[in-house]
Design a binder for this molecule. Structure first.
Ligand code: SAH
Length: 262
């Protein structure tokens, strides 16, 4: 049996009970970079732990090899947990792994996780929808896959939803923001970049679509980060709550840092 499990965005508390149950019975855990290492602590000490991490463009193991590894371990009769950052079906390639397992008749279950697309803005005090301000949001990849010619339909995307959340978009920010403006998003639309959201090292930069690329460059912000566009970003002025976590310890011990608002 293979469990394709979402590990949440980074905050140790944002792992589901079902994920913990799966980890407790795992013989093998296959994990990547974004999972908080402490989450692995739920697996028995005897469980085999295999790192197949992806740090931005630097892929440690090819996707096809990861799927084959899951299938091979399961066929040995082992309970395999494939732990992924956020949700396995939101740019997590969980579907691809599921397809390989189905093809090889290996039973699997999907354990959804808390996706960074929604939770990272939440930790920055930015709701992806808000009454009268945002009735819709889109979650979009900011990474262009060099193996396909496909690209986002910018003409439609730019104005289709009130809020747009880009994952994996930091390196491509100049092109993303240029396309948004070209196809009708006003350059002064509020925007934010959130790096390592939900973690103690979370950093938030508020900007606009027109100035985001230059601001990120100036601030030296690197992946992993999300880019969020829309009027909802303004709500952060009133809803920011995680920035002064020192006053609000939630789960266990935390490294407490004071975050400057950019
Ligand atoms: N399946 C994951 C997304 C995988 S793609 C999910 O549902 O969240 C990896 C991208 O997710 C990163 O490049 C970044 O854009 C975003 N991301 C994941 N965790 C993040 C975090 N803690 N802070 C900021 N961005 C994050």
């Amino acid at each position: 049996m293979v469990y394709l499990v979402g590990a949440g965005p980074g905050d140790y508390g944002l792992v589901t009970l079902k994920a913990v149950e799966c980890l407790k019975k795992a013989d093998v855990v296959v994990y990547d970079h974004l999972a908080d290492p402490r989450i692995l602590g739920w697996a028995p000490a005897s469980a085999e732990r295999i790192y197949v991490g992806k740090i931005s463009a630097n892929h440690t193991m090819k996707q096809g090899d990861i799927s084959e590894l899951l299938a091979a371990k399961a066929k040995e009769g082992k309970t395999v947990v494939r732990l992924k950052g956020g949700d396995p079906f939101v740019f997590g390639r969980g579907g691809e792994e599921g397809l390989v397992l189905r093809e090889q008749n290996v039973p699997f279950e999907i354990v959804p996780g808390v996706t960074s697309a929604i939770s990272v803005p939440a930790y920055a005090g930015i709701p992806v929808t808000h009454r009268a301000i945002a009735r819709s949001f889109a979650v979009v990849t900011g990474h262009k896959d060099p193996t396909t010619d496909g690209d986002v339909n910018w003409e439609k995307l730019a104005t289709a939803t009130d809020t747009i959340v880009f994952l994996m978009g930091i390196a491509n920010l100049p092109a993303i923001t240029a396309n948004l403006v070209k196809y009708g998003r006003p350059a002064d639309t509020p925007a934010a970049v959130i790096r390592w959201g939900t973690k103690p090292e979370q950093r938030v930069l508020t900007t606009t679509v027109g100035t985001a690329a230059a601001d990120v460059e100036k601030a030296g912000l690197k992946p992993p980060a999300i880019f969020i566009v829309g009027e909802v970003v303004k709500l952060r002025d009133q809803l920011a709550w995680f920035d002064n976590l020192a006053q609000r310890p939630l789960f266990g011990k935390r490294v407490l840092v004071t975050r400057a608002r950019a």
